[in-house]
Write a protein that binds this ligand. Structure first.
Ligand code: DOR
Length: 443
């Protein structure tokens, strides 16, 4: 039994919504067993949370950890280590590995790689592909998977499912929420053919245009509506999509990324070159403003890092041979707490996007709340703590961050996972990885 004293907790109840309350938490056998006065009198350890705010464990619902096949960029050990140091207690990992996670075998292999090597809890998406459409129902029903993810436009890796008929079949053959990367493959190919010789990376938003993102987003939203199916759209980047999706609220939940809320074109391409190259791209300020509006108006459901590590050597290739994607799992919480301090969103809204929002979209079990019988996963933050983000702090194999040298206010200080203190003050304080697969309601 662990007792947490003086815990200023962010609770959520249906009656009161999010609210802050000073309390005492008791953790036992991986669960929150009691909250408040009159708790058990025997406990092995007691910690004070004075000066910190206790959030339900934050979940990053989009990371690429590259194992198997691309482990020179990242693996499940280093990726989850970065997550843990960043204040994350659970991750949803993406299927564009080598081989892609499109078969039961590949999925089970990934689970076996994660066993005893993950520092946070984890869950693996499977990939929707032409070859697995007829047995996709089996893959989406896996109880430790958030479901099926589809690339409608090719990005990094080989996954692609872009034909209308295949998308209809996919949604007809599934019953749980399916997750989409929305860029229109035909428009992407056409735009790429129009790039000048030796293009500068600042043309990335032209190649991967608003029109391409909007076209794919509208296509899949309309199919979902016509079949009355639920979908989730990853990394929405444009004002046009954010506005168009208002009409599809009953069928579509969507995600935004910290990099799209923090960086903008053309500045990011001038400062960072291909390090700012990401699919779908970072766009101009009017799009960023629309994404913030969508966050504060409650239209956005989740916030993920899209942690997509590539080595600096790979990123240094001439554009457009340089791969798209940037690491982010270790910086997500600090970057967003800085936005909380800048009054861009409330701490409650931020927390919701990384806890309850994820739970609701994916029917994640026993997580996302500080409540009795819930899993004892907690992220403790110091909302006042100022610090400077540095490449040298990054434990991802990629060892860089687009936010190098950024001064931020607000920091994750410690995490409890399964009732165990795992990270404290930038140190991992457990001897070995003890992350567990997460469970989803597939009834
Ligand atoms: O920029 C990106 N990189 N977008 C994606 O969709 C994939 C990711 C990666 O895996 O590198």
């Amino acid at each position: 039994m662990i007792k947490l004293n003086q815990a200023l907790c962010l609770f959520w109840t249906p009656q009161r919504g999010w609210h802050r309350e000073m309390s005492t938490l008791y953790l036992l056998n991986g669960k929150i067993v009691h909250i408040g006065n009159g708790g058990p009198t025997r406990f092995e350890k007691e910690f004070s949370c004075k000066g910190l705010i206790v959030l339900p464990g934050l979940i990053d619902s989009q990371v690429h950890f590259r194992e198997p096949g691309l482990t020179h960029k990242e693996d499940l050990f280093t990726g989850t280590q970065a997550a843990l140091l960043g204040g994350i207690t659970g991750v949803f990992e993406m299927p564009n590995t080598l081989p892609p996670t499109t078969t039961l075998n590949a999925y089970e292999e990934k689970l076996s790689f994660a066993k005893d090597r993950a520092w946070t809890n984890y869950a693996f998406f499977t990939g929707g592909a032409k070859e697995n459409l007829d047995h996709i129902a089996k893959l989406e029903a896996l109880p430790n998977s958030p479901g099926v993810k589809v690339f409608m436009g090719s990005s990094f890796g080989t996954l692609l499912l872009d034909q209308d008929q295949d998308l209809v079949t996919l949604l007809k053959n599934t019953q749980h929420r399916v997750t989409f990367h929305c860029e229109d493959e035909n428009i992407l190919q056409h735009n790429k053919s129009q790039l000048p010789p030796n293009p500068h990376v600042s043309l990335h938003p032209q190649w991967r245009s608003v029109n391409s993102a909007l076209s794919a987003t509208l296509k899949i939203a309309k199919i979902a509506k016509s079949l009355n199916r639920q979908i989730h759209i990853l990394h929405v980047t444009s004002q046009d999509e954010a506005e168009a999706l208002k009409e599809f609220k009953p069928w579509v939940t969507f995600e935004v990324l910290p990099q799209h809320l923090t960086l903008h074109a053309p500045d990011c391409y001038q400062r960072l070159g291909t390090l700012a190259q990401q699919n779908p791209p970072i766009r101009e300020l009017n799009h960023q403003k629309a994404l913030w509006d969508a966050v504060t108006q409650g239209l956005v459901t989740t916030l993920g890092s899209d942690h997509a590590p590539h080595t600096l050597e790979e990123k240094a290739k001439p554009y457009p041979q340089s791969p798209s994607g940037m690491p982010g799992v270790q910086t997500l919480v600090s970057i967003m707490l800085n936005h909380v301090n800048a009054h861009k969103l409330t701490l409650e809204r931020f927390t919701e996007l990384m806890t309850l929002g994820v739970v609701k979209a994916f029917k994640l079990k026993n997580k996302g709340l500080i409540a009795p019988n819930y899993d004892a996963d907690l992220t403790l933050i110091d909302i006042e703590k100022e610090h400077v983000i540095k490449n040298s702090q990054m434990v991802s194999k990629s060892a860089w961050t687009p936010f190098n040298d950024m001064k931020v206010k607000g920091k994750p200080i410690s995490t409890y996972i399964g009732g165990q203190l795992c990270m404290q003050e930038d140190e991992i304080v457990i001897d070995k990885p003890s992350g567990q697969p997460m469970w989803f309601d597939k009834s």
